[in-house]
Write a protein of this length. Structure first.
Length: 120
């Protein structure tokens, strides 16, 4: 994250702007439909990296996820990394201090049990 982006992100609250009654169902939906395909979770200094198989439909799913989440979790920096030869796709969710704690609170117990976090 560059210096200007960090300054802007520090001024945003570490919070989801969805109404509280929609946050739980959204978390369950993401765990079941998108993040269930996650193969590896890596802890970053300022967030997490989620690694998926390089399937073509995964690209569209991740792009839709980012477009939606940019509206309600404005403090995130989103990065998509595509490995060569249709290799894995990585989604990095980063942000200011407090972002990792926020993300850990978003993981369902089932997701946390299924994915051990690699420390990077």
């Amino acid at each position: 994250m560059n210096i200007e982006a960090r300054r802007a992100a520090k001024q945003l609250p570490i919070a989801c702007e969805l109404p509280e009654e929609r946050q739980g169902p959204r978390r369950e939906e993401l765990s079941r439909e998108l993040f269930d395909g996650c193969e590896v979770v890596r802890e970053l200094e300022d967030g997490y990296e989620f690694v998926f198989r390089g399937e073509p439909e995964r690209t569209a799913e991740l792009a839709r996820f980012i477009a939606t989440e940019r509206e309600c979790c404005r403090f995130f920096t989103f990065e998509l990394l595509f490995e060569p030869d249709l290799g894995p796709i990585s989604l990095r969710l980063r942000g200011p201090e407090g972002t990792k704690e926020f993300l850990r609170g978003c993981f369902t117990e089932e997701f946390a049990e299924k994915h051990s976090v690699e420390h990077g």
